[in-house]
Design a protein around this ligand. Structure first.
Ligand code: NAG
Ligand code: NAG
Ligand code: NAG
Length: 492
């Protein structure tokens, strides 16, 4: 698609006459806008010149409200005033042919959008934009910018673009009120990063299901060893991601770090089940996060919740393939971890490695508390319920007495089929898990597998609120006798 292809058949002279005629009506932006639109394949409504000229005008239609307006309406006669806040990458020179490097055009469009409150940076449909690593960053941008993604953005698959390695491809940092929305696709072209040496240790026994050690990954191609996240938000407030698809990321698909007030919905994440280390959504040091009505299919955790997260609500999510929904690993290298008030409910998991999991390393400190897993429907999940406080990515890890303290973990209505073990609760010897409650657990084995394990518990205390299928006799009722007082170092 080329600009102006529809001019075919009109004589150039006629066009020039038209342009001169229209440009003499400076007060009539509406008609000029209409004219331009009719001669574009793209939904673009602004010429580059106009975008720049009007870029400084304040917004009329978006007005700084928290929730952004929907996608700009189709062209209407006589009303294009609000277009002064729309910055279309095509107007900044993007080709959208899937081959030309459009990074500079994206940078230019962002630079313009950044200056206008509640502006829209438009990535139009039907185009494929080849874009290298890029940062859309504040803190000097105006608030409530909408990144309207209806087209496709493709990552470079060649080594050179990544230098010696980068942590992210598309980065949004230090913004207040940032929305990415639309029906578009973020295509990470990650397959070159996924290949890995087979490295399983048969001696790991029941830990067979838990693979995923980045340290053992050998990149077969000459890609740099640091694998980028496809889309990362850092240090931002009021972040919304809705409607878009993120697929085939080299590593994590969507990451929030140091963010507050995050809403993710109607999002599709899609990568093959064997794409190594491709988390769906990764949360770290982020609070007040809601993730809902989304489909997450990837090669690692569908959602991974790391230290510093609180008030996270995940519901109506499909997960699989993938490793399930995980809190942790926390406390690696004797670090302190704090996670609280996490709710995961109304989730369907199909063919995942784990269901809902909490994993911590020996030697950590801090706490995980106030965790609810409710109405999780599993099918063909290896281990639906896991707490592993002995998480170790090598064949052995040093035994250490300190641990991240786990308390107030409830599992309610976890139902469906498993393929290895229904429940595995392995808690720290020195700091047992407390207040673990199990209600309406109904897990049945897939019949065709014969090597199944019984429910396992170690140092796990709490309550069975209802009978369970299978019976879980290993949970110890009440509180541990020697409930150690955590040191002040451990309090979060
Ligand atoms: C979410 O997606 C569904 C189906 O694609 C659509 O009908 C619905 O309007 C979307 N919701 C929002 C709030 O965008
Ligand atoms: C816990 O998180 C939910 C969001 O999932 C929030 O509505 C609630 O206020 C939080 N509770 C506390 C005590 O902060
Ligand atoms: C750690 O402790 C466990 C259980 O007490 C024991 O079986 C294991 O051998 C110990 N591992 C090491 C590396 O000391």
């Amino acid at each position: 698609m080329k600009r102006g292809f529809s001019l075919k058949g009109l004589s150039l002279t006629l066009v020039i006459v038209f342009l001169i005629w229209f440009s003499s009506f400076d007060s009539c932006n509406a008609r000029r806008g209409k004219h331009w639109r009719q001669n574009r394949a793209a939904s673009s409504s602004l010429s580059k010149k106009k975008a720049k000229n009007n870029g400084g005008h304040g917004s009329k239609s978006h007005g700084g409200s928290k929730s952004p307006s929907p996608a700009p309406a189709p062209p209407k006669k006589g009303h294009t005033d609000s277009d002064s806040t729309v910055f279309n990458v095509i107007d900044f020179g993007a080709k959208g042919d899937g081959a030309t490097d459009d990074t500079k055009a994206f940078q230019a469009a962002w630079a313009a959008a950044c200056k206008v409150e509640a502006s829209t940076m438009m990535v139009p449909s039907k185009f494929k934009f080849f874009v290298g690593p890029i940062s859309f960053s504040g803190p000097y941008c105006q608030q409530n910018i909408v990144f309207q993604l209806d087209g496709t953005i493709i990552a470079p698959s060649n080594t050179k673009a990544w230098g010696s390695g980068l942590y992210q491809w598309l980065e949004f940092t230090k913004l207040r009120g940032i929305t990415i929305q639309g029906s578009g696709i973020i295509e990470g072209q990650g397959s070159g990063w996924w290949s890995h040496a087979e490295s399983e240790d048969p001696a790991k026994g029941w830990k067979d299901w838990d693979l995923g050690d980045p340290a053992r990954v050998e990149l077969s191609s000459n890609m740099p060893s640091i694998k980028p996240t496809a889309l990362r938000f850092y240090g931002s407030l009021d972040v919304t991601v809705k409607g878009i698809t993120i697929q085939n990321s080299p590593q994590c698909h969507l990451k929030f770090d140091n963010c507050q007030a995050v809403e993710v919905f109607n999002v599709t994440i899609s990568s093959p089940g064997d794409s190594l280390n491709t988390d769906g959504i990764h949360l770290q040091n982020s609070r007040d996060v809601s993730i809902h009505n989304s489909n997450l299919a990837c090669g690692d955790d569908c959602v991974s919740i790391q230290t510093g997260c609180a008030n996270v609500y995940i519901h109506n999510v499909n997960c699989g393939p993938g490793h399930g929904i995980s809190i942790g690993g926390l406390g690696k290298d004797n670090t302190k971890a704090c996670v609280s008030n996490i709710t995961v409910r109304d989730v369907m998991m199909h063919n995942t490695m784990n269901g809902v999991r909490i994993k911590t390393w020996q030697g950590g400190s801090g706490s995980v508390q106030g965790i609810q897993f409710s109405n999780i429907q599993v099918s063909e999940v290896q281990v639906p319920i896991i707490i592993d406080q002995f998480y170790c990515d090598r064949s052995t890890c040093k035994n250490q007495s300190s641990a991240v303290a786990l308390s107030g973990i409830s599992y309610e209505r976890i139902k469906g089929t498993y393929t290895v073990k229904p429940v595995h609760l392995a808690c720290s010897d020195n700091l047992p898990c407390t207040d673990v409650t199990l209600t309406n657990i109904d897990l049945t084995p897939m019949q065709e597998r014969y090597h199944l394990y019984e429910p396992f518990c170690w140092q796990s205390f709490g309550e069975l609120r209802t009978p369970t299928v299978p019976p879980i006799n290993c949970l110890q009722m009440g509180k541990p006798l020697s409930n150690r007082i955590q040191s002040s170092l451990d309090s979060c």
